[in-house]
Ligand binder design. Structure first.
Ligand SMILES: Cc1cc2nc3c(=O)[nH]c(=O)nc-3n(C[C@H](O)[C@H](O)[C@H](O)COP(=O)(O)O)c2cc1C
Length: 362
């Protein structure tokens, strides 16, 4: 079976390659206009936000995540040829994962991959299913974000919830670049500092118990022109949702008032339209900036749900595929008790790719 599941995009085509413990992982990007100067320091800073081993809250696996540009860039400027970027894997410990080929981890992709690839899948570090593949996603997204910023667009995500610890939500109408700066300055990307402290305790509690915890990332996109996207199956919601589910551990997405909106009357949920200084806006933004799949000029707002990290030290039920018998499993190795903080730049990156692709489409 030939599938092209690691590619995304229409006008901008990205192709993510590599496995967690292969020589390198990377991304090929086709469709970038020629003549764009890339800021590599900015890109490296963006990647550092995703890298593990930076605090007590993430895995001790220290990965440098240094991007190496193989082609597509001349003197720091895009030349119109495909841009290929690799990140070498330098911190692999394949022995950590030997057992996984026989005993799949509950709620990881091990068993599904075994069925699909007949046991030929690379199990080390989760192979091509690893959260590590979000590093090349962040390379492509970090580049798209730089270009979008040049067009007056900005994107920022924050942790809305971890376990039972919640942050305040973005103001759906008034969210601005000023809010973004404050979020990025916090140790955990949150709006209210105290929320970050409660989340830290939640993560440390899970870690101490050998367990893991999930959460929700909220993302806002501002400065986008109205009229991006298409109806039916090619809307901005479709495109954003499609790429978000490419981030491992994403299990849900909602736009605007989302599931809460479904509990309301139309009179409460409709966004009243008004005109001021010749500009048409809406009083509320329960639509999350998208109507009929098309941007309406209001901020785009969505929330992405992340499940708890599947690999945990707590004993769980699984099976031995070779012996065909029930066994128990305690996952060893280096895993994040909570991937949500590291997933925040991944959500921004994925949104940047989807929106820049839609931008080029227009
Ligand atoms: C940044 C990031 C890091 C991750 N790290 C781990 C990890 O250390 N251990 C683990 O079991 N899962 C980790 N995951 C999640 C798994 O890759 C994911 O749950 C698995 O591939 C199954 O895919 P699904 O949850 O989307 O169905 C990580 C995900 C992300 C986004």
């Amino acid at each position: 079976v030939v599938d092209l599941s690691s590619q995304y995009g229409k006008k901008l085509k990205i192709s993510v390659f590599g496995q967690s413990h292969s020589a390198a992982i990377g991304v090929n990007i086709e469709g970038l206009p020629a003549g764009i100067k890339l800021d590599m320091d900015d890109l490296r800073a963006f990647l550092r936000r995703r890298a593990p081993g930076q605090s007590e809250l993430s895995t001790a696996r220290a990965e440098d995540d240094a991007p190496e540009i193989l082609c597509g860039l001349v003197n720091g400027v895009t030349c119109g040829a495909p841009l290929t970027v690799i990140i070498r894997n330098t911190n692999a410990l394949p022995a950590d994962y030997e057992k996984i080929r026989d005993i799949p981890r509950p709620s990881h992709a091990d068993y599904a991959a075994h069925l699909k690839y007949g046991g030929h899948q690379d199990v080390a570090g989760g192979g091509h299913f690893s959260g590590r593949l979000t590093a090349p996603l962040c390379v492509a997204g970090g580049i798209c974000l730089q270009i979008l910023r040049g067009h007056g667009v900005d994107i920022c995500a924050h942790i809305l919830r971890i376990g039972s610890a919640g942050d305040q939500a973005f103001d759906p109408v008034g969210v601005s670049a000023g809010d973004f700066g404050a979020i990025r300055g916090n140790p955990l990307p949150v709006i209210r500092k105290e929320a970050g402290e409660a989340m830290r305790l939640e993560i440390l509690d899970a870690k101490e118990k050998g367990d893991s915890v999930g959460g929700v990332v909220e993302c806002a996109l501002i400065g986008l022109p109205a009229g991006l996207g298409n109806p039916m199956f090619d809307g901005i919601e479709n495109r954003i949702a499609g790429i978000m589910f490419g981030i491992p551990a994403v299990k849900g997405i909602e736009f605007g008032s989302g599931f809460k909106g479904s509990e309301r009357r139309g009179s409460e949920n409709n966004d009243a339209i008004y005109i001021e200084d010749n500009e048409i806006r809406t009083r509320t933004n329960n639509s999350g900036g998208i109507l009929g799949g098309i941007t309406n000029g209001m901020p785009i707002l969505f929330r992405t749900a992340f499940k708890p990290t599947p690999s945990i030290g707590v004993e769980q039920e699984s099976v031995s595929l070779s012996r065909k018998e029930n066994v128990t499993l305690q996952v060893k190795g280096r895993h994040d008790p909570c991937i949500v903080p590291r997933a925040v730049p991944c959500v921004e990156a994925a949104a940047a790719i989807a929106l820049y692709d839609a931008y080029l489409d227009k």
